[in-house]
Structure formats: structure tokens, C-alpha cells
Write a protein that binds this ligand. Structure first.
Ligand SMILES: Nc1nc2c(ncn2[C@@H]2O[C@H](COP(=O)(O)OP(=O)(O)OP(=O)(O)O)[C@@H](O)[C@H]2O)c(=O)[nH]1
Ligand SMILES: [Mg+2]
Length: 340
């Protein structure tokens, strides 16, 4: 998500007062004559300073996408990454400052107009003090908005219409390798856990139908309360976008997770995302000497169908994943489900 640049309080005050000075110089060098000239100069300074800040803040507000109007996935994503309430509160502070500056602008310019010329500069000084203090009052909110801007810079762009499969499983089991095999995405693959930091999205087109595959950071089987931000992003993707889930098992256990733990996580995912079909995929089968481990898992997840055996790094079995995706899409259509 793109958020506009947010100036710090010092930058904002600097800019406003600099522009005010320029405006004053313009009046000074103008043809205006007489006693009122000094008043006109100070009035221009107050007017310009307030105007510059208000325009900056109004522009930020105008150019910030409205969270309420976004698809649920984005709302949840923003909530997990920065917090929607905090974001709204900080944007509210900009509005507050802008409205207050409008008032101050009116009050102080009319005071200057009504004052004797020799008092004008003092009133302007007072106005500048008030302006600076308004900006400083929202310093925390400005800082937060900058933080949010950085955090949301890489927010993924998702297709909320396409049939979407999410790839889930423990770290290092080969999720990104699978994504790379079935789509044009180039996710990072490495032989250590937690390589994938945020969600990664790949696209696939088959028979003129569009599919979206989302690779998630490795999910660990621990309570949602204890999850870190990256794990929560994976949850948000699963919850909002997944039409189906491919759960990747590593029966070779080279990823470092015992079969029992993998089975537990599978059950956990199934329970958390009730209603979303979960397809088990057995990866790294090139490293297996026999099918013992696959059988163990099958038994403990009550699986009667033929296991989907894959060796993603070699590409074998991967086409079956795509078949499931296509079959799923057809069955979805048969059931008239168009509401996802
Ligand atoms: N032998 C073998 N190695 C594989 C296979 N699939 C993936 N790997 C290797 O396993 C390691 C982890 O693969 P990734 O695709 O990065 O795993 P991941 O699940 O995305 O890992 P995180 O992003 O850390 O959660 C890499 O070294 C891969 O080359 C496979 O089918 N067979
Ligand atoms: Mg990965």
C-alpha cells in the first residue's frame, strides 16, 4: 500500500515558516504603501504558514487509501502489521491539526488586522508559537504514520477474484520450491527455516482460468496469541483468501520436524480454517527409502485416498498439484459457488 510521505514536525514547521517568510518578502517589495503595510506583511506570514501545513495534511489524508473500503484481506493485513485503530487515530490527528490551524489562521489574521501596526509583529510571533505547538502535539502520530508507511510499503497485491490456493506447513518443508515449480513466481528458497518472510504470491493460468497460489511463512503449531507478525500474516492470508489449502508434509524429516508435530499442525490448520478443504502433499519423497513415514502420516490424518507424492526440487508429482487445483475450480463452479 502506498502512503504519502509524512514530514516530521521539525520539517513541517521549517517549511511553513520558510514559505511564510517568502510570502512576507513579496508583500514587502510590493507597491503597497502606508501604515498598514507592516500589518499586511504579518498577516501574509500567518496566512501562508497555516495554509502550507493544512495543504500538506489535507493532501496526506486525501491520498491515503480508506481502510474501511478495502477488501477484508487488506484490512486484516494492515491490522496485523500496524493496527487499524492506531492508523485511524493517527490520521484523525492530522485532521484535528488541520482544523485547528484553520481556526488559528482566522483568529490571528483578524487580530492583526484590528491591531495597531506596531503590535502586528508580536501577534504574529504568538501565532507562530501556537502553530508550532499544534504540530508538536501530534509528533507521535506523525512518527507512527511514517512507521506505517514503511511497514505497508511491501503489502502484497492480491487478486480477490481468482481461485486461490494457500501453501502451508512447517518451515523448510519445501513450500517455496513448490510455488516456484507451479507458477512464475521467484520466491526465495534456502536450506534453512524461516526463509520466507512475508507472504509470496504466484500466478498460474490454465485453460484461460486464473489461479493464485500463496506461499506462506512456515507455520508453527502454537497458539495464535503467541504468533509473531510474519506468522500472523500467513494466518490472514489463509483466512481471507484461501479457497483451498495445500498442506505440505516433509516425510523425510530433513526440515527438522517430527512426524507427530507435522500431523498436529495439519490438524490445527484444519480446525482453524473449517470449511476450507485441506489437501495433504508429501514432499521430498526423493529422499525416502520406503513409504513408512508416508503411511504413518496417512494413518494419523485419516487419509484414505492415494497420497500425493512430490519431489518439488526435481519437479516430480508437481503437475498433480495443478490438477487438483483445476478439479477444485470445476467442482466449485458445479456447486455454484461464485461468492468467494
Ligand atoms: N531433496 C529435496 N529437497 C527439497 C525438496 N523440496 C525442497 N527441497 C529443499 O528444501 C529446502 C527448503 O525449501 P524451501 O522451498 O525454501 O522451503 P520452505 O518451506 O519454503 O521454507 P521456509 O520459507 O523457510 O518456511 C531447500 O534447500 C530446498 O532445495 C524436495 O522435493 N527434495
Ligand atoms: Mg519459503
Amino acid at each position: 500500500m502506498f502512503l504519502p510521505t509524512i514530514p516530521t514536525p521539525d520539517e513541517m514547521i521549517d517549511k511553513a515558516f520558510r514559505r511564510a517568510k517568502k510570502a512576507a518578502m513579496k508583500v514587502r517589495s510590493s507597491k503597497i504603501r502606508g501604515q498598514d503595510k507592516s500589518k499586511r506583511i504579518e498577516e501574509a506570514r500567518v496566512q501562508t504558514a497555516c495554509q502550507v501545513i493544512r495543504e500538506t495534511y489535507e493532501n496526506i489524508l486525501k491520498n491515503t487509501p480508506r481502510v474501511d473500503e478495502m477488501p477484508e484481506f487488506y484490512q486484516d493485513y494492515i491490522d496485523v502489521v500496524v493496527g487499524v485503530d492506531q492508523l485511524k487515530k493517527s490520521l484523525g490527528a492530522l485532521k484535528w491539526a488541520s482544523d485547528l490551524l484553520e481556526k488559528l489562521q482566522g483568529q490571528y489574521t483578524s487580530r492583526i488586522r484590528r491591531s495597531p501596526p506596531e503590535k502586528a509583529s508580536k501577534i504574529r510571533g504568538e501565532a507562530f508559537g501556537r502553530i508550532a505547538s499544534v504540530i508538536n502535539r501530534i509528533g507521535d502520530e506523525l512518527e507512527f504514520l511514517n512507521f506505517a508507511k514503511l511497514q505497508l510499503r511491501n503489502m502484497p497485491t492480491v487478486d480477490t477474484e481468482a481461485t486461490t490456493a494457500v501453501i502451508a506447513g512447517f518451515p523448510n518443508v519445501g513450500k517455496s520450491t513448490i510455488l516456484r515449480r507451479i507458477t512464475s513466481a521467484e520466491p526465495e528458497v534456502a536450506n534453512y527455516p524461516f526463509t520466507t518472510k512475508g507472504i509470496q504470491i504466484g500466478h498460474l493460468e490454465r485453460h484461460w482460468k486464473k489461479y493464485q497460489i500463496i506461499d506462506t511463512p512456515g507455520l508453527l503449531d502454537r497458539p495464535v496469541m503467541d504468533m509473531n507478525e510474519i506468522e500472523l500474516q500467513a494466518m490472514v492470508a489463509l483466512e481471507n483468501l484461501a479457497d483451498l489449502i495445500f498442506f505440505i508434509f516433509d516425510p523425510s524429516m530433513t526440515a527438522g520436524y517430527a512426524l507427530k508435530n507435522q500431523v498436529n499442525l495439519y490438524h490445527e490448520v484444519k480446525n482453524l480454517f473449517k470449511g476450507i478443504p485441506v489437501f495433504p502433499v508429501f514432499n521430498k519423497t526423493d529422499l525416502l527409502e520406503d513409504e513408512e513415514n508416508v503411511k504413518y502420516i496417512q494413518k494419523h490424518i485419516n487419509m484414505r485416498e492415494e497420497p500425493l507424492l512430490v519431489a518439488a526440487s526435481e519437479g516430480s508429482g508437481v503437475s498433480k498439484i495443478i490438477e487438483i487445483l483445476e478439479e477444485f475450480d470445476d467442482s466449485k463452479k458445479d456447486h455454484g459457488r461464485t461468492d468467494v
